[in-house]
Design a protein. Structure first.
Length: 701
């Protein structure tokens, strides 16, 4: 039924000001019997959208009931919080007994219970508006009869089991499958349909598929999207090049990781009279993706690309992401250029923006640039040839930009980033810190300054676009952080202020001390999450008054929004102009999808870590206590990129008391103390892929 009929039904509900039966709605709207089926479709859609709620034989208007539309988020402890769609409302605590068969991620209607107090009100789920997932990855536990299998969801937040039936298959325990829930058989037991077999649980590719299903990561593109992509040319045509500045003679290069396939940024640096001229060229995706097209709609729904150890789920089909829009070497490509003029001290004096065509002279990797510039490898320097002088100039500019950014108080964390490597021959895994050198910093500095320049220009022109905002760190969290660190060796050297500049001073103070890792982790935890918004609130972490994302339109939709805004300001034809209300919704959606991608990346890292550690039980590792609770402490292993827990139940020498204000555990009899940042030796006791847990015990040998 069309939108107009929904409006009619809503108007009737508001006019009657009471719950209505199907007959009352039909009579009130003066509908004929033949229209009942269409009315039911409208009511069903309104229920799905959370506008109405069925109680018995009557329909109730959600806005008139004391219920809240929310998403249920289940914690690892088993309790839940309903996160309201209305962001002005506080999260609602939901006890597991009040889930009413709702699952983690479901859209629900929640009734707030009377008389509840505390930080969060308490409520119960009164209706499931929409299931988060229709297919669930699950693990076969055992065969319970001919063609019948007991299975458990792979998501540890889903506390129920399946009975799956498939007489055609013999499934061993530990096999991962995709199941479709059907009817509920009893509490915490559902009948389910076996959709497909994924494979063995210790296979990384299988675990990637599990994570994609758990987080609803989009995989296959709809046929209409692929058809639209296929209709695009293989390379820019003569008409595409019109009204564009030809920069194909400049020695642009791309610098990325060795595995990268989509190149959306290229750089070129020249020396000016008394400073530098930096060209940042970004793939002109908006030229090929009109607003409202199928490609655009699908990209908005995905929000960003999703990266996994063995695969990528791109925001655009490969025809664009790896082909037409990728700045591949020795190929003409359409770009939007940000050209900036800097003084010798790295002060931006002028910025220009325009469409251009470039031809990347080389596809470089970070390790190549590192070998050429910093290791002075003769062979690599010879290979880079004509672009080497430009790279040396780029290095000098990046260093002055970094110095300027640090001076204003931008925060740089020094936490190792894990990388999952799989041996092609035997499939074994290795998890190690990603190699990082100043070549990474060159690109980072250039992208940051280009993003700032674009944001400042668009703000000056009063354009409507998406800022990348980062609210100031929570004051209570910062006070708690500094209070905690005052009990450590860093206490006498702690800065008094609580601004970005003082936090960077804190990180610098902790550098190369035993507390470096801990301080970086704690400061990061105290920070708010960055997000997208059409209202500028500044970027706390970068100490920037005005910032946006412009440099990655192949893999982030927010950047595409900024490109369109830039073109409108420059007078380049863009058909649709955004409105504040719709742009705000887009920003909220993209921020949510970004969190989904981050959660998926964290989960695959946990699963890969457990597979990696599976055959290493009994081995001893050194580590640092990274977090403490009343039932144990987490240890970050220093030899390998992994974290596990030492439970108090495994400490048999004393009874330990958790002192929250000091964040330590103290033995009542022995006075033995475990505190944050303490180095410990532990033994890997057990790993559990179902609960995503790594269990450690102290090595007392």
């Amino acid at each position: 039924m069309n939108k107009l009929n929904q409006k009619k039904v809503l108007r009737h509900f508001k006019a009657m000001n009471k719950p209505l039966s199907l007959r009352e709605i039909r009579v009130g709207l003066n509908l004929e019997k033949k229209e009942i089926r269409r009315l039911k479709d409208v009511l069903r859609n309104m229920q799905k959208e959370g506008r109405i709620f069925k109680a018995g034989k009557t329909y109730c208007l959600v806005d008139e009931l004391p219920v809240v539309k929310a998403v249920l988020e289940v914690q690892r402890s088993g309790v839940g919080f309903a996160v309201p769609f209305d962001q002005r409302r506080r999260d609602i605590f939901i006890h597991p007994k009040n889930f009413n068969e709702a699952w983690h991620g479901d859209t629900v209607l929640v009734s707030v219970l009377p008389g509840t107090r505390g930080k969060s009100p308490e409520g119960r789920v009164v209706r499931i508006v929409e299931r988060a997932v229709k297919h669930l990855p699950a693990k076969i536990i055992k065969n319970v009869g001919r063609g019948l299998f007991l299975a458990r969801p792979a998501d540890s937040k889903l506390d129920f089991s399946f009975i799956l039936e498939d007489a055609q298959k013999e499934l061993d325990p530990g096999t991962m499958v995709l199941a479709e829930p059907e009817e509920q058989m009893e509490s915490r037991l559902w009948a389910g349909k076996l959709v497909r077999v994924l494979g063995a649980e210790d296979d990384l590719a299988v675990q990637e598929e599990v994570v994609k299903q758990n987080h609803q990561v989009p995989e296959e593109f709809p046929s209409g999207v692929l058809k639209e992509a296929a209709s695009l040319p293989e390379k820019p045509g003569r008409l595409d090049l019109q009204s564009r500045t030809d920069l194909s003679g400049l020695p642009f290069v791309t610098i990325d990781g060795s595995k990268a396939k989509d190149f959306d940024d290229a750089i070129c640096v020249e020396t000016g009279r008394e400073g530098y001229i930096l060209h940042v060229a970004i793939a002109d995706v908006s030229h090929y993706v009109p607003q409202g097209s199928r490609l655009d709609t699908e990209a908005l729904a995905r929000g960003n690309s999703y990266y996994f150890p063995l695969s990528v789920e791109p925001m655009f089909p490969e025809k664009l992401s790896n082909g037409l829009c990728s700045l591949n070497p020795d190929t003409p490509r359409l770009v939007m250029v940000c050209r900036m003029h800097f003084s010798g001290k790295g002060v931006r004096e002028k910025a220009e923006f325009f469409p251009a065509v470039i031809r990347s002279h080389m596809r470089l990797t970070y390790s190549q640039v590192n070998r050429a510039l910093y290791l002075q490898d003769t062979q690599t320097r010879d290979q880079l040839g004509a672009v080497l002088p430009m790279l040396e100039t780029a290095d000098r500019l990046a260093r002055v930009l970094l110095a300027g950014r640090r001076k204003r108080g931008s925060i740089d964390f020094d936490l190792p980033e894990p990388e999952i490597m799989q041996n092609i021959r035997d499939g074994s895994l290795e998890i190690r810190a990603k190699a990082r050198n100043f070549a990474h910093q060159i690109i980072e500095e250039f992208m940051l300054t280009a993003n700032e320049a674009v944001a400042a220009f668009l703000e000056e022109k009063e354009a409507l676009f998406l800022y990348r905002i980062h609210p100031p760190a929570d004051r209570d969290k910062l006070d708690a952080l500094f209070k905690l660190l005052s009990t450590t060796d860093l206490g006498p050297r702690l800065p008094r202020e609580r601004d970005p500049k003082s936090l960077q001073v804190l990180l610098d103070t902790a550098r190369e001390s035993d507390l470096e890792f801990l301080v970086n982790r704690l400061v990061l935890r105290s920070m708010m999450q960055a997000k997208y918004s059409p209202v500028n609130e500044g970027h706390f972490g970068l100490a920037s008054d005005c910032y946006c994302h412009f440099t990655s339109p192949i893999r982030r939709y927010a950047d595409l929004v900024v490109h369109r805004a830039l073109k409108q300001v420059l007078g380049i034809n863009v058909a649709v102009r955004p409105r504040m209300k719709s742009l705000k919704k887009i920003g909220e959606s993209l921020s949510s999808l970004e969190r989904r991608a981050m959660d998926a990346e964290r989960e695959i890292l946990k699963r890969a870590t457990i597979i990696f550690l599976k055959d290493k039980t009994g081995q001893s590792y050194s580590g640092i206590i990274a977090s403490i609770t009343d039932f144990g402490f987490w240890v970050e292993l220093t030899d390998i990129m992994a974290e596990g827990m030492v439970r108090l139940s495994t400490l048999s020498d004393d009874y330990y008391v958790f002192r929250q204000e000091k964040q330590d555990l103290l033995g009542r009899r022995t006075g033995r103390r475990f505190h944050l940042g303490q180095r410990v030796q532990v033994v890997l006791q057990n790993v559990n892929l179902d609960r995503l847990e790594v269990d450690l015990v102290l090595d007392e040998s």
